[in-house]
Write a new protein. Structure first.
Length: 152
């Protein structure tokens, strides 16, 4: 029993960091996939952010006679922030509007992830509008922490 518990702890110590890389933020959620994104969507709407789409990947998989654990993607943005970035370099439109994905893993744990705005800025050589990137990063961190039930 002790050995299996130690192996489980070691697995999670290595597995969780592997979920993220230097361009992605991954957070463990205390809620189900739907509730996590419902919480995020509500908070975004209160901030005046436009919700462009919500995609249920698991439902799409089911329609294709495939199985996928609960997985949903929320696409949202604020043209007042995104437009200046696209004026600086239109290629950032590949990454905008912002996207957050929530999924359930094989252990029924729910995760939430998004691309770091700073990574998008670096990838698309955004240099003039760094204050926008900083603002996006702070807001995303705060709202995704709330949506996932992360206490920070």
């Amino acid at each position: 029993m002790k050995k299996s518990m130690i192996l489980t702890i070691i697995f999670w110590l290595f597995a969780i960091p592997a979920l993220a890389d230097s361009t992605t933020v991954v957070k463990q959620s205390q809620f189900g996939v739907t509730q996590t994104l419902d919480r995020l969507e509500g908070a975004l709407k209160k901030k005046g952010v436009t919700i462009f789409a919500r995609i249920n990947h698991a439902k799409g998989a089911k329609n294709a006679n495939l199985v996928l654990p609960p997985t949903q993607l929320l696409i949202f943005g604020n043209p007042k922030l995104g437009t200046p970035l696209m004026q600086e370099n239109g290629a950032i439109g590949l990454d905008l509007p912002m996207k957050v994905v929530a999924w359930q893993d094989s252990n029924s744990q729910v995760w939430l992830a998004y691309t770091k705005p700073s990574s998008m800025a670096k990838r698309h050589s955004i240099t003039i509008n760094k204050a926008i990137i900083t603002k996006m990063s702070k807001v995303l961190n705060t709202l995704t922490n709330m949506a996932a039930g992360v206490k920070k």
